[in-house]
Design a protein around this ligand. Structure first.
Ligand code: GLN
Length: 492
């Protein structure tokens, strides 16, 4: 099978030099989707017609020439099915929105389209982004291209699998507690969660609004820098979007990291749940960084252990409030023949939501209810602050450029291994969730393989708004190693 789908930067160069047309490239991606999606299940909706039309338009723009050709003209991308796309079904992998066709476009997809990107379709995910294995999707789980019996991670598992299996050039995901980085780690790809507020959330279907962030999912760091360059920036439609200029991420890639101090948190490396193969890969990566002239600095983030319980109060609380809008009245699923209004609400929600979403709504409603609010929600907000201060203190006192950790405690697990035990599933995000609570930028990149040959990922965490530092640190590592070049069996 043809594995010659290029990276994003390779695609841009080939399109510029007329070695390939967007029509050919988009057609090649659609062919791979047709071949592989029946097994991998990475896409919920494929917009072949819309994509081919956009590709032909892009070819015309390039043919007309002249200056000002948008940077991604003709590049085919996949979008997590949580971004509203005008006229194109957006389901959040839920029965509740199975037939929902948004009347408007998210800022992220609008910016990508303005930059000339071609949208191939919408990728599978955990229902409303709640999960770490893609098994809560009402469209069935995504399979990991490295081993079809295993999960690609979640919730952006469809985007990660589509990138790993070369069904698109690159993809977009969202990350509330690890949903870009953990699937990237489990599929041998790169995933970046920007600083909270760096990318507009307008038109993203909300899960936990104080944590949700959109980001790129790509084959290498350079591609992630290119996509972030287009996605980032202020948006008057999102009051939490930060109004600060977007730096030149691409231009910052080729800096030297000579003399950089890289923090290594003891709590992560000593974690009981950390698989020895992951620890070994991380140690090898530390050696690469030392050779590149950086110093590895042991640090402590003492509140780390409280991150999962804190997240599982704050995220469900916000979710219970955000998901109240699915009431069967304005949009989404509505039950048949309701007796009265209460019956309409109750049955619509009972039928429309899956088990994990219901669990979160119940948890969230409980922690927000009067009498429990102070004990749970207010306390969680305070611990959240302490977690953020841990990071701020370490960055400042130790004069760190970035922090290095494992992304996930283990490589891709078997489908079915954890879905009966929510707590074991929640622990998949033990190294990523703190970063969302603190609002920091972080990315995952491949750094090795385990005994089964499955990819292992490491995480680089940056100071607020310093995406450039994690991109540079990731890029110099990829210049010195070749883990990111490996192609999974089903795509080679
Ligand atoms: N796995 C975590 C959860 O289930 C994080 C999900 C996410 O980042 N969207 O909430």
């Amino acid at each position: 099978m043809d594995a010659s789908i290029p990276t994003l930067v390779q695609a841009v160069e080939a399109l510029q030099q007329r070695q390939i047309s967007s029509e050919e490239l988009t057609g090649a991606c659609l062919q791979r989707i047709a071949d592989l999606n029946p097994t991998v299940n990475a896409f919920i909706t494929v917009d072949a017609e819309g994509a081919m039309q956009a590709a032909r338009q892009a070819d015309q723009v390039r043919a007309a020439g002249g200056g000002g050709i948008p940077p991604l003209t003709g590049v085919p991308l996949a979008i997590k099915d949580l971004f509203c796309t005008a006229g194109l079904r957006t389901t959040c992998a839920s029965r509740m929105l199975e037939q929902f066709v948004p009347p408007y476009e998210s800022t992220v997809t609008a910016r990508l389209r303005e930059a000339g990107a071609v949208i191939l379709g919408k990728t599978n995910m955990d229902e409303f982004a709640m999960g770490s294995s893609n098994e809560t999707s009402c469209f069935g789980p995504v399979r990991n291209p490295w081993d079809l019996a295993r999960t690609p991670g979640g919730s952006s598992g469809g985007s990660a699998a589509a990138v790993a299996a070369r069904m698109c050039v690159a993809a977009i995901g969202t990350d509330t507690g690890g949903s870009i980085r953990q699937p990237a780690a489990l599929t041998g790809t790169v995933g970046l969660k920007p600083t909270y507020g760096r990318v507009s959330r307008f038109g993203m279907i909300a899960f936990a609004s104080s944590l949700d962030q959109a980001g790129p999912m790509t084959r290498d760091i350079r591609d992630a820098a290119w996509l972030l360059q287009v996605m980032a920036g202020h948006d008057p439609k999102d009051s939490t979007a930060i109004n600060q200029p977007v730096p030149d991420y691409v231009g910052a890639l080729d800096r030297s990291i000579q003399g950089w101090r890289i923090g290594l948190p003891a709590e992560y490396v000593q974690s009981n749940g950390l698989h020895p193969d992951v620890r070994a890969a991380l140690e090898a990566a530390m050696a690469v960084y030392r050779e590149l002239g950086a110093e590895i600095v042991p640090i402590s983030l003492p509140y780390t252990q409280h991150a999962i319980p804190t997240y599982y109060i704050i995220a469900p609380a916000e979710a219970s409030s955000n998901l109240a809008r699915y009431d069967g009245i304005r949009f989404g699923h509505r039950c048949a023949h309701p007796k009265d209004l209460k019956d309409l609400y109750a049955r619509t929600r009972a039928e429309g939501f899956g088990a994990e979403v219901k669990r979160r709504i119940m948890l969230g409603t409980y922690v927000l209810s009067s009498g429990y609010y102070d004990a749970y929600y207010r306390k969680a907000q305070r611990v959240r602050r302490l977690i953020a201060e841990d990071f701020a203190r370490a960055f400042q006192e130790e004069r760190l450029s970035v922090i290095l950790t494992p992304t996930a405690p283990e490589s891709a697990f078997l489908l079915g291994a954890k879905n009966q035990d929510p707590v074991s599933m929640y622990l998949s995000d033990i190294f990523t969730i703190n970063v969302n609570l603190a609002g920091l930028p972080a990315l995952s990149l491949p750094c090795g393989r385990d005994a089964h040959g499955l990819p292992i990922g490491m995480q680089l965490i940056g100071r607020p708004l310093d995406e450039s530092a994690i991109l540079t640190a990731g890029h110099v590592y990829q210049q010195a190693t070749d883990w990111h070049l490996a192609v999974p069996g089903c795509a080679s």
